[in-house]
Design a protein around this ligand. Structure first.
Ligand code: GAR
Length: 197
């Protein structure tokens, strides 16, 4: 599921094609008709590419239910949020409990929310990064699967910091998906423990 540029989607599809990430992307959904992610998905031959318009639904729960129905019909196991900028309803999170993964452009639990890169810059931290995590009912709050760190430089703008974070995302996200599928993990308390292979 993606709302924007789709650069994370693109690297995941490329890693899969190169044999480095054993995922079969059955369906890409965007809530935005103009999201470049939709075109990327079509260009890369994703079987089903859908724009589902939130304005066609009375509320978040019914929009999410429509997305969930499409996901089930496509036979997807994992739901990968790649720049998906809508908050998921509790019903959706429960329906796909433990199967939704998100990437966030900050070192959670610091700087959750819509502008992780800008909030980190404005706070004045000297390192930031990205976090891949399981999604639960708490916004950006689920168990952490993986993180990567980048420096914050004195002359950074929000955009330059976000670009550096995105470079780290493009390695971390496909690699984490690969580990999830190939190695597997279990959860102890809040901790994700990777299975040894
Ligand atoms: C990524 O940096 C991702 O971490 C962020 O949106 C960007 C999407 O880029 N996600 C969030 O902020 C979610 N709260 P992309 O469309 O090029 O993959």
């Amino acid at each position: 599921m993606a709302s924007g540029r789709g650069s994370n989607l693109k690297v995941i599809l490329a890693a899969a094609k190169a044999g480095n990430c054993p995922v079969d992307t059955r369906l890409v959904i965007s809530d935005k008709a103009t999201a470049p992610a939709l075109q990327t998905a079509r260009d890369e031959g994703v079987a089903q590419v859908l724009h589902i318009n939130p304005k066609d639904y009375a509320d978040r729960a019914s929009f999410d239910a429509a997305c969930g129905d499409a996901i089930e019909q496509a036979g997807c196991h994992w739901i990968v949020l790649a720049g998906y900028m809508r908050i998921l309803s509790a019903e959706f999170v429960q329906r796909f409990a433990g199967r939704i993964i998100n990437i966030h452009p900050a070192l959670l639990p610091a700087f959750p929310g819509a502008d992780g890169a800008g909030d980190a810059l404005n706070y004045g931290v000297k390192v930031s990064g990205c976090t891949v995590h399981l999604v639960d009912e708490v916004l950006d709050g689920g168990p952490i699967l993986a993180q990567a760190v980048v420096p914050v430089l004195d002359d950074d703008t929000r955009d330059s910091l976000h670009a550096r974070i995105q470079s780290a995302e493009h390695t971390l996200y496909p690699e984490t998906l690969r580990r999830m599928v190939e190695d597997g993990f279990h959860i102890e308390g809040r901790r994700v423990i990777w299975n040894q292979v």
